[in-house]
Design a protein around this ligand. Structure first.
Ligand SMILES: [Zn+2]
Length: 165
């Protein structure tokens, strides 16, 4: 499997920034490229259902992680115990979904899961989510009820905002 991250600034491994306006604009650009590539390379049901993409930036390492809706269904997906729980602990995702989507389905969960599997900590993460449909491609998409419940107040920043109650 290919590595699950890239760096925010290509070619500058280990270079980090804490400047939110820089993180916001560079994240958005990188995410659009990633989503465009996914639109072309996904196949079957994953392709037809693809509508949301997320990038997560770790301000301590400069690494970026990506995710898409339904990503947790991918073959070989390693569900991180902090999110999904394990035999002895409950995960931080809600037990029952707070909306019509299955818990874990979100692009945010996919991207953050990749970050946590790589040793990142929630408090250092900056997240950006976009629509990846032809009609709304690249526009910011607020995170849903499940993500709000799970990540609001725990991650550093969410540039696409949270769904309103
Ligand atoms: Zn969500």
């Amino acid at each position: 499997m290919s590595k699950s991250y890239s760096y925010l600034f290509s070619g500058t491994r280990g270079s980090v920034t804490h400047d939110k306006s820089v993180i916001k604009s560079v994240s958005h650009g990188k995410l659009k490229s990633w989503a465009k590539h996914k639109m072309e390379t996904l196949k079957g049901k994953a392709k037809s259902s693809f509508n949301t993409a997320c990038i997560v930036y770790d301000e301590t390492t400069g690494k970026c992680y990506y995710g898409r809706n339904g990503g947790y269904n991918a073959e070989g997906y390693e569900k991180n115990p902090i999110l999904f729980g394990d035999d002895t602990h409950e995960g931080i995702l809600p037990k029952n979904s707070l909306n019509k989507f299955p818990v874990g389905n979100c692009a945010e969960v996919d991207a953050i899961n990749n970050a946590l599997n790589d040793g990142a900590q929630l408090k250092n993460l900056h997240i950006t989510t976009i629509n990846a449909t032809k009609k709304k491609f690249g526009t910011y998409k607020p995170s849903c009820e499940n993500c709000k419940h799970t990540f609001k107040g725990k991650v550093k920043e969410n540039y696409s905002g949270w769904v309103e109650d």
